[in-house]
Write a protein of this length. Structure first.
Length: 44
């Protein structure tokens, strides 16, 4: 019996045709989270 994949490996299995878009989305999500930590006055 095959062991069920879970977590990120399962997501990559589902999105095997769209890996570049998935990686881009993950990268942009990390950038967005990092920028949300920067206080607004610092940006202006």
């Amino acid at each position: 019996m095959e062991k069920k994949k879970t977590g990120i490996s399962y997501v990559f299995q589902l999105a095997k045709d769209e890996r570049k878009k998935l990686h881009l989305g993950m990268f942009l999500s990390v950038i967005s989270a990092a920028l949300s930590l920067v206080p607004y006055p610092v940006l202006f």
